[in-house]
Design a protein around this ligand. Structure first.
Ligand code: AKG
Ligand code: FE2
Length: 211
């Protein structure tokens, strides 16, 4: 959790961009059409809005340290460049050149099915979501969900309590968990429970770009 990562005023500016017409975005996805759930999301076009670009650049270096630690624990994985520009260059070289940060919007009855945000072979292992509206005031329901799968075990679910401006950093695909001997791989999926009333908007920051 990164409590209060984004201030209230900035949350409102970011959420308001959803209504900005087409120019800020490279594509819009109606989730029900793809079996993703119910709701809508929009991928930012390049150049990314300044606050989004800044969050991506500022949060990447400490997360790359975590990712490098994880890589040593999950055999067969690589090491990550120290800054986000390095990752973007690697993505481009791998044919992943389309930006992945996005805004999402859910109304009553909307939800996001459990999924993983994999956009190509190159997958940086951590991502984050920032809640742009205030639970209780702007919407009810719509809890952020994480589900962990492990070999020969039942799934484990977590509900992450977020207030407006809070961020949750979570694994894109898998993470190391300590096991009786060394480290085991846990497979993660995330999603959003049904929104019961009001409007819930989020900013998603994924660090790798898309094919
Ligand atoms: O709206 C949310 O809380 C989840 C968004 C999401 O799936 C993502 O940003 O990858
Ligand atoms: Fe996602």
């Amino acid at each position: 959790m990164l409590p209060g990562l984004v201030g209230r005023a900035e949350c409102a500016v970011l959420a308001g961009m959803l209504d900005d017409g087409k120019t800020a975005f490279r594509s819009t996805v109606i989730m029900a059409r793809h079996g993703y759930g119910r709701g809508e999301y929009r991928y930012f076009a390049r150049p990314l809005p300044a606050p989004v670009q800044t969050l991506r650049e500022m949060l990447y270096p400490p997360l790359a340290e975590v990712a490098n630690r994880w890589a040593t624990r999950l055999a067969g994985q690589r090491t990550w460049p120290a800054d986000h520009a390095g990752l973007v260059a690697e993505c481009a070289a791998a044919g992943q050149a389309r930006p992945t940060p996005l805004l999402l919007r859910y109304g009553p009855g909307d939800y996001n099915r459990l999924h993983q945000d994999i956009y190509g072979a190159l997958v940086f292992p951590l991502q984050l979501v920032v809640l742009l509206d205030e639970p209780g005031r702007d919407f009810s329901g719509g809890e952020f969900l994480l589900v962990e799968g492990r070999a020969r075990m039942q799934s484990r679910a977590s509900v992450v309590p977020l207030a407006q401006g809070d961020a949750v950093v979570f694994p894109v695909r898998d993470r190391p968990v300590s096991a009786s001997r060394g480290w085991a791989r846990a497979t993660m999926r995330h999603g959003v429970a049904e929104v019961r009333s009001g409007q819930r908007r989020t900013l998603g920051i994924i660090f790798h770009d898309a094919a």
